[in-house]
Structures are given as C-alpha cells and as structure tokens.
Design a protein around this ligand. Structure first.
Ligand code: SF4
Length: 429
C-alpha cells in the first residue's frame, strides 16, 4: 500500500513542480513514506534523517517531509525530537500535501497534519490521474481497519474502515487498463471487508474483469472473517481472478488466535480452504504468521507447524512477535528470545520447503507467465506465474505485457527458470 501511496503522492506533488531525482544529493525536497508494521520503524526514520543530514552537511538543507504510518503514530513527537523535519503528514491527509508544502515555503512554519479524513483524500486523489501504472498495477479500494487485533497498529495509524466509492475505483481501473496495466492488485488493510453502498469486493472483481485489457486480478490483504460466500463464489464465476489466496492466519492455535483478538478460528479457516479447493484444486494459499505471541507454548507452536504442513502454504511471511507501542499486546510478557528464534527457524524451514516442493512440481510443465520486464542484464525477461512466483525465461522486449506459455526447466526457492514455448508455425525474430 505504501508503494501505491508513494506514487499517488508523487502524482500530486508534480502539480507544484516537484520531480523525482535518482541522486539524493541533487534533491531539494526529501520525502520519507514510512511503514509502522515492521520492528523499530521509528528509529529507522531518525537513522535515515541522520543520513540525509550528512549528505547535506555543506549544502542548503532540503525540505524534509515524513509521511505514512510512523508519521501518524508519532506526529508532534517527531517534530520535537528532530528539528530537521519540516512536515509530518499522516496517511489520510495526503490530499493536503501541496498546500502544506506551499505554506511551509511561504511561512517557514513546521507543520503536522494527521487528521483522519479518508473521504476527502480519495475525493481529491480521484481527480489526479494515477500515472505510475505498470503492467501489474496497485489500486487501493479500502483503508483502515475496525478489527483491533491486539498486536496491530493499523486501526490507530490508518483509522476506521473506509471503502472508496465503487464508481471511483472503476474509473481508476479503466484508466490503468487503458495505460498499459494487464494485472490489477486491489489493495486494502482489510480488503475483503470492502463495502460501498452494498457493493462488495466480489462485485468489484467481476466488474473490473470486464475491461478487455485486464488479464489478471488479485487482492490483498484479507481477513479470514470476511471470506464471505459471494467472494468464494467469485472463484467459480471469474475468469481473471488468480488462484493464489493470501489469507493471513497468524497462528495455528485457537488459544493464541483468541489472545490476539483475531475473531476467527482454525475450523472456520479450514472451511474456507476446503470450499475454495473444491471449486478449483489449483488454488494455493499464502499467509502471514506471528511466531512467539505472548502466551504461545510448545503445543500452540506445534499446532501452527501442523497447519502449515496441512495447508502447504506457499509464498508466506513469518515474523517474530515484537510489541508495538499503544497496542494491547505491548503490555504482555514476552517469550525468551532464544525460544522465539528457534521457533521462527523451524517455521521458516517448513515454509521454504513448501515453496521448494511447489516450484519443483512445476519443472517440465508449461505455465502461463505475465511478463513484466526485462531482467537487469536485459538478456532475458521477468514475469510472474498465476501463483505470483517469479519466472525468468528467454523472452524479449516484445513479450512485455503479454501472457506467454513457458516450459519450466529448473527452479529454486524463489524463482522458476524456463523456456518460451514456440508454436509450430510461429515465426521467431
Ligand atoms: S485485521 Fe489486519 S489490519 Fe486489522 S487489526 Fe488485525 S492485523 Fe491489523
């Protein structure tokens, strides 16, 4: 979501004459869009500012703006602690960024703007063309969260759930499709809770797939509680929804899910898994796991491991629990670091093994790859499988933006390597 936000911020500040530079030392404005999910997010911001200070030690100080969830969570505190920061702008206030910059330039006032105002933000952003469309383009449809999992800062930094108007999203999808996007990834902190005047995520997917240029649709991140029947049915009805369901479960133990305030249990999750597998056995699941949540004992940990083996999750993320200030879990007793690290290693080994097995099973098979770009050395092309795995093969520039059948020859944990299938009477350049 931060990548999408950064691009929309860029589309906005261009209007007042700010353009990207690849060279830090040339910049006269430095904007850091921050994420609060990972550990030590706040300290990373101060560290980064320290780096900028060094670069500009003997030059005119650039305008320094901090945006994103760390800005929202820390607000005034950051202005107090670091005089080098000029503006603090929270994620629901991006639409005000140009006014705030111009105000600062005129009055030299240091400004903090962290109001929750998603309605005005999206109203404003819908008038600014999303010009950073790529073959695979992000599109935010929903922000914020009302679920209040005990470990998570999102409800505090992004505010309550807000779903963008249905028509506004379709307009943006249309624009992206007419400007080269072949895949749309619908984004939201709680994307499957999308609900705008009765229109749900399922309706959006079925409407967006009507744009002929769009070949693939994905969505992230979802909550198990919001995997409603209409969304499950989409996997029967849609020709463009991809068969990878990213559905964070966090733990395989009902006791821990309850402590986390996740509002779902393992049997509900398995029910969704079984229903989707019944519709299409090619559907795979990926997930997020928090290892060592306070209260997790050996039995809870083994339940998580068993679940990973049972579902055979691919492409998943796993993290050690680390407390976030202001959340309920920040006051809980932390498990010893040594145990945490051992558990994480076991989980990651299993997840990696699932991924390796999945990739191995594709060797000597032909899969469809949406080509996104040339590889860095420009000798081959890079794309993604239907399950989001990276694929590298012997294509050329003209394959970019197309879905190409590729025979997989070899693989490692993260990447498939293959050869383009040439049809019998197809001319090759
Ligand atoms: S549902 Fe997701 S975004 Fe919402 S509080 Fe829980 S982890 Fe955070």
């Amino acid at each position: 979501m931060n990548e999408y936000d950064s691009n929309r911020i860029y589309d906005t500040v261009k209007k007042i004459g700010f353009y990207k530079t690849e060279k830090y030392e040339d910049a006269n404005c430095y904007l850091l869009n921050t994420c609060h999910i990972r550990d030590k997010a706040k300290e990373k911001v101060y560290h980064e500012i320290g780096r900028v200070k060094k670069i500009f030690r003997s030059k005119k100080k650039p305008l320094v703006i901090i945006t994103g969830c760390v800005a929202q969570a820390e607000n005034q505190e950051m202005l107090k602690r670091e005089p080098y920061i000029d503006l603090i702008i929270g994620p629901q206030s991006y639409h005000k960024i140009n006014d705030k910059i111009l105000d600062h330039i005129d009055n030299k006032k240091r400004i903090e703007e962290t109001e929750f105002d998603a309605i005005s933000k999206f109203k404003y952003l819908s008038k600014i063309k999303n010009e950073i469309g790529k073959i695979s383009s992000f599109l935010t449809i929903q922000e914020g969260c009302d679920k209040f999992c005990h470990f998570c800062v999102v409800p505090y930094t992004r505010g309550p759930e807000y779903s963008r108007p249905f028509k506004q999203i379709l307009d943006e999808a249309k624009y992206l499709s007419e400007n080269g996007a072949k895949e749309i990834i619908l984004l939201g902190q709680n994307v499957n809770a999308y609900n705008n005047e009765g229109y749900k995520l399922a309706d959006l997917i079925l409407e967006i797939e009507k744009f002929p240029q769009i070949e693939r649709i994905r969505y992230t991140t979802s909550h198990p509680k919001d995997m409603t029947e209409d969304l499950i049915e989409v996997y029967k009805d849609s020709k463009k929804i991809m068969p990878l369901v990213h559905l964070p479960i966090q733990s395989g133990s009902n006791k821990i899910l309850k402590l986390m305030n996740r509002k779902h249990n393992i049997s509900e999750y398995l029910e969704t898994f079984n229903k989707l597998k019944e519709i299409n056995s090619n559907i795979e699941f990926s997930s997020d796991f928090i290892i060592g949540y306070p209260g997790e004992d050996e039995k809870d940990f083994n339940s998580t491991l068993d679940l990973i083996k049972k579902i055979k999750f691919i492409n998943s993320y796993s993290f050690l629990f680390s407390p976030r200030p202001g959340t309920v879990a920040s006051n809980l007793k932390i498990i010893s670091k040594k145990i945490l690290i051992e558990r994480l290693e076991i989980i990651q080994t299993q997840l990696f093994q699932n991924q390796i097995m999945m990739n191995k099973s594709l060797e000597n098979k032909t899969i469809n790859v949406l080509v996104e770009n040339l590889t860095e050395d420009k000798t081959e092309v890079f794309g993604r499988s239907e399950h989001m795995t990276s694929v590298i093969f012997n294509g050329n520039k003209s394959d970019i933006g197309k879905i190409i059948p590729v025979k997989i020859k070899t693989s490692n944990r993260s990447t498939l390597f293959g050869e383009k299938i040439i049809k019998p009477n197809q001319k090759v350049a």
